[in-house]
Design a protein around this ligand. Structure first.
Ligand SMILES: *Cc1c(COP(=O)(O)O)cnc(C)c1O
Length: 463
């Protein structure tokens, strides 16, 4: 157990100043600080966050899935500092700069490819993941408008999917907690069944479940001929939906269905990209190239907000015309910010120089070994892994059909139990998961596994 954070005068001072002026994301503010601790962080170092209370916290969720190589990674920090002394910002309309150009070139080099398809060829920047999703949706819709295909106005998204919190992104998201209250404001999307392997029937394989979901997607296309402009999905891993995973065959089927029906495929790899699922991009596991690829989060190694939408020459060409109306006029003030691009370039350098994807194979194997015994835990219904992500589904008696009563707040109890032991595990409902920075070492993984067990035991005892 850690030193009692509440007894630290410095941490308490920051907490009080915070609560008098700040409104936090994804938080019922009334729960601070009595139900939900508010931890003040002084600095970060590798996989650790160091609190004003003097405690060290292992960041097992990579600060909302953004951090790749540890906090305050010196090479990225130096690149940002260099860039800050050179050019901090210039508008990207009518102007260009080295980091924006070089980053676009290098992203296109590492982007997923597919035999027989022209590779992704153009990059559009925005400044956070949700904004990137908005860009992709608007581009897909607008492309058909430019061709006079005015009936193509509908988006298909997956059940239990998540694409961000702005109104356009929420419209294609299916997580009731975030969506329900704003439903009257949202554009109407169609939702197809998720290929989520956790939803497979007793004895059904993940691949069979994926095919079943793809058949349902095919039905949806049949029932709405010429109406669907794009399918948007999170390849391989529905993150905010509880780290639910699916067989890559679904992506192949979705690609084929989009092609057969003349619709775009939008891959949202904002969370899954940059090595999280074991490959640089999750699409690679299906050998699929999307028409639009959304990237953010790990793009800058977790340093700065930036998103990029990669797309094809054919889609880009659909906007070339004498009319401004046909142009894609979407813009954000900080589009292609040089500091963020410099951080992203340093991130790509580290992938190359440290052979990160290969190095992660060993770490993922260690995670697999440490996670395996949890399958036998009486209240764990599922242990699943995709590369550098492991998830534990907690239910009463380990039965898939008997989730804990949400009012019991099992996840919250687990969160607090882990935090008291110096580990940041931030569950999604009753799903605990490991999504650590790639620099996590063996000792830290051991601490993570031990703490996870203690947190589960403590949490289920409260339920
Ligand atoms: C986090 C996330 C987003 C939204 O990104 P923000 O930067 O938080 O707006 C979109 N899609 C997926 C899959 C995400 O995980």
């Amino acid at each position: 157990m850690l030193a009692d954070p509440d007894s630290s005068p410095l941490a308490e001072r920051w907490r009080q100043r915070d609560l008098s002026v700040l409104w936090h994301p994804c938080t019922q503010m009334r729960e601070h600080p009595d139900t939900l601790p508010l931890v003040s962080i002084a600095r970060g170092e590798g996989p650790w966050l160091v609190g004003h209370d003097g405690n060290r916290y292992l960041d097992a969720v990579s600060s909302w899935w953004t951090n790749l190589f540890g906090h305050a990674e010196p090479r990225i920090a130096a690149a940002v500092a260099r860039q800050a002394n050179q050019l901090e910002q210039v508008m990207l309309a009518g102007f260009t700069h080295e980091p924006a150009v070089e980053l676009a070139e290098r992203l296109l080099q590492v982007a997923p490819r597919q035999a027989g398809r022209a590779p992704l060829a153009k990059v559009f920047y925005a400044d956070n993941g949700s904004a990137g999703v908005e860009v992709a949706l608007k581009m897909a819709f607008h492309w058909f408008r430019n061709r006079g295909e005015d009936r193509r106005t509908r988006f298909v998204a997956l059940e239990n999917g998540y694409h961000g919190e702005t109104l356009g992104a929420l419209a294609v998201g299916d997580i009731p907690l975030y969506r329900r209250i704003y439903a009257p404001l949202l554009a109407e999307a169609m939702f197809a069944p998720s290929p989520d392997a956790y939803l497979a029937e007793e004895g059904q394989s993940a691949a069979s479940r994926a095919h079943q979901a793809a058949d349902a997607l095919a039905d949806l296309f049949d029932r709405h001929p010429g109406e669907i402009c794009a399918v948007i999905l999170e390849p391989r891993l529905q993150c905010a939906g509880g780290m639910r995973m699916h067989d890559p065959v679904y992506l192949r089927r979705a690609r084929e269905l989009c092609d057969a029906n003349g619709a775009f495929l939008i891959a949202d790899e904002i969370a899954a990209g940059f090595g999280r699922t074991g490959t640089m991009f999750a699409c690679e596991q299906a050998g699929v190239m999307p028409d639009l690829l959304c990237l953010s989060k790990g793009l800058t190694g977790g340093f700065l907000p930036l998103s990029a939408v990669l797309t094809t020459q054919a889609l880009y060409d659909g906007f070339l015309d004498d009319s401004r109306e046909r142009a894609f006029l979407h813009s954000h003030s900080y589009t292609g910010n040089p500091l963020a691009c410099a951080a992203a370039l340093a991130t790509l350098d580290i992938f190359a120089s440290d052979d990160v994807i290969t190095g992660n194979l060993g770490t993922a194997e260690a995670m697999r070994r440490l996670a395996a015994p949890f399958s036998d835990h009486p209240h764990v219904a599922d242990v699943r892994q995709a590369g550098m992500v492991v998830a534990f589904e907690l239910t009463r008696g380990g039965n898939r059909r008997t989730p804990f009563d949400p009012a019991a707040r099992v996840g919250l109890h687990a969160y607090k139990a882990a935090l008291r032991r110096g580990v940041v595990l931030r569950p999604l409902g009753d799903v605990l998961y490991w999504m650590p920075p790639y620099c996590i070492g063996d000792e830290q993984l051991d601490l993570l596994a031990r703490t996870t067990l203690a947190a589960i035991d403590e949490a289920v005892a409260c339920a």
